[in-house]
Design a protein around this ligand. Structure first.
Ligand code: FES
Length: 146
């Protein structure tokens, strides 16, 4: 895929993944700048439409990172998020898109290295898939004046 640099959205729970990303930064553990982090109060607040919107707007990949199983501060927000991620994966696959463009991870606030690892692995995975096909569809529509 040459020098394709994917745009990746990471929807990170305030209590765990966001803090882990912060920890990675303060420990100077680098992770790809491709990942744009959006802090959410709990992954239970992430709906399927948010994931779909990110892809529609041109993100090449989107992941949700929530607390470890059993550690969600709102009881079961992370398990609800995991179900929504599976739903979106199945939905985009039915539309002909790669389900690997969407992922769910569970980490704790102290796992800065793990966050960096996830960000790196997911970025490589999306690089291997190539650009989000929605970008081509959009530019073709624009070129056709639609
Ligand atoms: Fe972190 Fe719910 S509080 S996933």
């Amino acid at each position: 895929m040459g020098n394709f640099e994917p745009e990746i959205v990471g929807l990170c729970c305030h209590y765990c993944a966001y803090t882990a990303a912060d920890m990675a930064g303060s420990k100077r553990i680098s992770y790809p700048s491709n990942v744009k982090i959006i802090r959410v109060p709990c992954t239970g607040k992430v709906d399927a439409i948010h994931l779909m919107k990110a892809l529609e707007k041109g993100a090449d990949g989107v992941f949700v990172a929530g607390c470890l199983e059993g550690d969600c501060h709102f009881k079961n927000g992370n398990t609800r998020a995991a179900k929504r991620v599976v739903y979106v994966k199945n939905y985009i696959e039915s539309l002909g898109f790669e389900p690997e463009r969407v992922a769910m991870y569970n980490i704790s606030a102290g796992m800065g290295e793990r966050f960096a690892q996830i960000a790196g692995e997911f970025t490589e995975q999306i690089k291997a898939l190539g650009p989000n096909p929605v970008k081509n569809i959009k530019s073709n529509h624009q070129a056709a004046g639609q």
